[in-house]
Design a protein around this ligand. Structure first.
Ligand code: ZN
Ligand code: ZN
Length: 833
């Protein structure tokens, strides 16, 4: 251990002392108190990967500042912490080091918990949960059974994203630029059977609520809206030429462009293809399909690569024109979106344009281009041209008219489509919650009986990381009686995506030991929704969308009356060092343990909250750390130097000296600033206001020594010191708690009341404003310093000494210099003067 620096305040003794007192007195333990306002403050719970890093510290310091502040504002604050404990790293560690994932996970939890305690974060540790605990995931399995009964959990075979590194399926949300979100391997497509949650059934509601989540960052909502990807358009039939009864159904967001259709594309997997092709075309189709199957969805949709296509002999008829157009198979059309077939309009769609150019197909413009247009496909608004009965209309008018026409013809209708796909939750790995399903030769797919839950993950398992789920090799697990007929059955060996656990943990925190269900409804009713949720922007479409979906599912299953889980969301920036995110591989990690030993936890918190606005990335700076440390030492020394002066300070005199009035105004302005800054997540400027307050205290203490009456000096310094300790408490809780005790308070500073600014102290004397007419001084006004410009303007124009000078003139403009000057300029004055 690094020896404590002797020239500084005894942070180590202070921090260990108060951490022990907080734990022994159960200061942060809370329970429901009906009638008392509640506040649920939550930071995204971590994956127990080993040790916490300074990025975590930033997240927790923000949440803890809010928590402690809200406590002092009188709220009953729930601030829990737990572990997102299932997942692949545990399994990979098992393969590499031969240690069981459970052992590895629980050891990491112990380490990280002790690190959090050394930071003094105000968690109610009685509520700690680990998602790998059967007492946790049994409820997840029960929810799965209920979802299965409602058709919200179902099994299907589909082309999925397969990570060769993790040897498992990934959800679309877990693929970033074609790579695995976790191990960065290139993701490959694979046809595989698996379990899905029907999140698409909630697409519309998830989207609608985006407009009502006023406490969320707009950036996150935009990402969610784009991910859900609602598009309005039309679906209609294109007859296949010469094949009565056969039609290709297409979806388009631009029915107004139908007259510009020059070809039609089917997804290679489209089931109609086999009926459309002649015997001699089959080999070519099979080869093309095989080629496309080697690409992932992401590659197929990429705009910067050539679009491959195969022309079929069959042709389609454009119902708008009666013209026949060629039919293609092409990789850029996906079976999962719309109908798996599109009408191609190269004039108004860039991907169609690229394909048409590559394959020598005609291009028809159906919207008049703006003057000087020189691009390729044109997607903007304009007047319809080359479009028969739609000519002369705007795009919006033509869309409606085209849909009306399709409906009248009986071949189509308006249609809404979503980009969102159902959430694939099957993972072919060991360290996850078992899916509670048994396959019975007689009854089929049967959910486990609720009274048989949890289906416990067996511990004695060989983990190799190869060849599917290791659970398949555990006969005691696989061979299970059918829950319906009792006959021999086979248990599902896939486990659930770990994002399922994090979709409801905030509910479990409301009553973490509840035995009768996933959470006690009264506790959920009291604590939910989470009032302040804080975490990284990287969860914008994964966790944050899943948690919203899951909450709505639980509502519809009748568990809770709750539409949305998180009222306010804050996404903090990263902590970077030498220009890169801190990571073991880059060797730029600052260990919180070493940091705490050298500077103490309070310095770490103050540094991370002070150095950058919390939503921005924070560049690590050793000078910044030293600066935060110096600040806390300065507070300590000032306090020790003046504690005796202000002990038993007399009451404040009724009238103060000018210096005393100015000082007291600074103190109360600081109260006002720090309060609004915390409310608005500007911790950096709040701490900066505290720096200024300490400067003002130094100055006042020095200059008032001989000029201010003794009683006034002691009483004002005493008030200032008390205010400073209270305002410092959310940021440097250990130091503030120690100073509060030294001031003689028996109760914790976190049971004290947050100070409020005294309006009397904030008042300033009136300021004198000069009023000129055409540059000549006509009067002087005494006004409050915070007077608004408009108000000041009106007062100047109405003044009795000013009005005669305006009698025969017309006012041209009034120039206001706040706090100093109003100049009234009359028409023609400049020329005349
Ligand atoms: Zn991977
Ligand atoms: Zn059966």
């Amino acid at each position: 251990m690094i020896p404590e620096r002797s020239d500084h305040y005894p942070f180590r003794a202070i921090e260990t002392k108060w951490q022990r007192v907080w734990e022994e007195t159960g200061l942060f333990r809370v329970r429901e108190e009906p009638g008392r306002p509640k506040f649920y403050c939550l930071e995204m719970f971590p994956y127990p990967s080993g040790r916490i890093h300074m990025g975590h510290v930033r997240n927790y310091a923000i949440g803890d500042a809010v928590t402690r502040y809200k406590r002092m504002r009188g709220y009953n604050v729930l601030h829990p912490m737990g572990w997102d404990a299932f997942g692949l790293p545990a399994e990979n560690a098992a393969i590499e080091n031969g240690v069981h994932p459970a052992v590895w996970t629980y050891e990491n939890i112990e380490t990280m918990k002790s690190q959090m305690k050394a930071l003094g974060i105000s968690y109610d540790w009685d509520r700690e949960v680990a998602t790998c605990d059967p007492e946790y995931y049994r409820w997840e399995q029960l929810i799965f059974v209920r979802m299965f009964e409602r058709g919200l959990a179902y099994r299907k075979s589909a082309r999925v994203n397969w990570c060769p590194g993790c040897q498992t399926v990934l959800a679309n949300e877990q693929v970033e630029a074609g790579r695995c979100w976790r191990c960065d391997s290139e993701v490959v497509p694979r046809e595989i059977e698996g379990w899905y949650f029907k999140i698409t059934a909630y697409a519309e509601e998830l989207l609608e609520w985006c407009d009502r989540l006023t406490g969320w960052p707009e950036r996150v909502l935009t990402m969610q809206r784009n991910w859900i990807g609602r598009s309005e358009g039309a679906e209609f039939d294109l007859p296949v030429a010469g094949r009565p009864g056969l039609a290709v159904r297409v979806f388009t967001t631009r029915p107004d462009t139908s007259f510009g259709m020059t070809y039609v594309v089917l997804a290679p997997e489209h089931p109609l293809v086999d009926q459309l092709v002649d015997a001699d075309e089959r080999a070519g189709v099979a080869a093309f399909r095989a080629e496309v199957a080697r690409q992932s969805e992401i590659e197929r949709l990429a705009t910067d690569r050539p679009k491959r296509g195969l022309r079929l002999r069959a042709q389609a008829v454009n119902p708008f024109t009666g013209a026949t157009v060629p039919l293609y198979l092409a990789d850029y059309v996906l079976m999962g979106y719309g109908t798996g077939a599109i009408m191609a309009v190269p004039g108004e769609d860039q991907r169609d344009w690229d394909f048409a150019v590559a394959h020598g197909l005609p291009i028809i413009e159906t919207v008049r281009r703006p003057e000087g247009w020189s691009g390729e496909a044109y997607t903007g608004d304009g007047v319809k041209i080359n479009s028969g009965f739609l000519d002369g209309l705007t795009v919006a008018q033509a869309k409606r008219r085209a849909i009306d026409w399709l409906v009248a013809q009986g071949i189509g209708e308006a249609k809404v489509n979503y980009r969102l796909r159902d959430w694939g939750i099957s993972r072919q790995r060991y360290w996850g919650a078992p899916i509670p399903i048994v396959y019975c030769p007689r009854c089929g797919t049967v959910p486990e009986r609720p009274e048989n839950l949890p289906v416990v993950l067996p511990e004695d398992v060989q983990i190799t990381g190869k060849g599917g789920s290791p659970l398949a090799d555990v006969p005691a697990f696989v061979n299970a009686p059918c829950p319906r007929c009792g006959g021999p059955g086979r248990r599902e060996t896939d486990t659930m995506d770990t994002f399922v656990e994090s979709s409801w943990y905030f509910l479990r925190f409301c009553s973490p030991r509840h035995q009768g269900g996933l959470a006690e409804p009264g506790a959920v009713h009291y604590w939910m929704p989470v009032d302040q949720y804080t975490g990284g922007i990287e969860h914008a479409i994964l966790h944050l969308l899943y948690a919203r979906f899951y909450t709505k599912v639980l509502r519809d299953l009748g568990y809770f009356k709750l539409d949305e889980p998180f009222r306010n969301l804050f996404t903090q920036g990263m902590v970077i060092k030498d220009g890169a995110k801190m990571s073991k591989s880059k060797g730029n990690v600052v260990s919180p343990d070493d940091f705490i030993a050298t500077y103490g936890a309070d310095t770490g918190r103050v540094f991370e909250l002070f150095m950058a606005p919390p939503e921005k990335d924070l560049e690590w700076s050793d000078q910044g750390v030293e600066g935060a440390f110096r600040f806390l030492n300065r507070v300590w020394r000032f306090f020790q130097a003046h504690r005796a002066d202000v002990a038993d300070a007399p009451p404040r005199p009724a009238t103060l000296s000018p210096a005393g009035r100015a000082f007291r105004r600074t103190v109360h302005e600081t109260v006002r600033r720090v309060t609004t800054d915390i409310e608005e997540f500007r911790f950096n400027t709040a701490i900066s206001a505290l720096h200024e307050l300490v400067n003002a205290m130094h100055a006042f203490a020095a200059e008032s020594l001989d000029r201010t009456p003794g009683g006034e000096r002691a009483s004002l310094l005493g008030e200032a010191i008390e205010v400073l300790v209270l305002l410092l408490a959310p940021f440097a809780p250990h130091l503030a708690e120690e100073l509060w005790a030294q001031l003689g308070h028996a109760e914790s500073v976190f049971r004290a009341t947050w100070p409020s600014a005294d309006p009397g102290a904030l008042e300033r004397e009136a300021v004198q404003v000069v009023v000129q007419v055409d540059g000549r001084v006509r009067t002087r006004l005494l006004v409050p310093p915070e007077i608004e410009d408009e108000h000041l303007r009106r007062e100047a124009l109405a003044d009795a000494k000013v009005r005669p000078w305006l009698a025969a003139r017309e006012v041209d403009r009034v120039v206001v210099v706040p706090g100093r000057l109003v100049n009234i300029v009359t028409r023609g004055a400049e020329r005349a003067g």
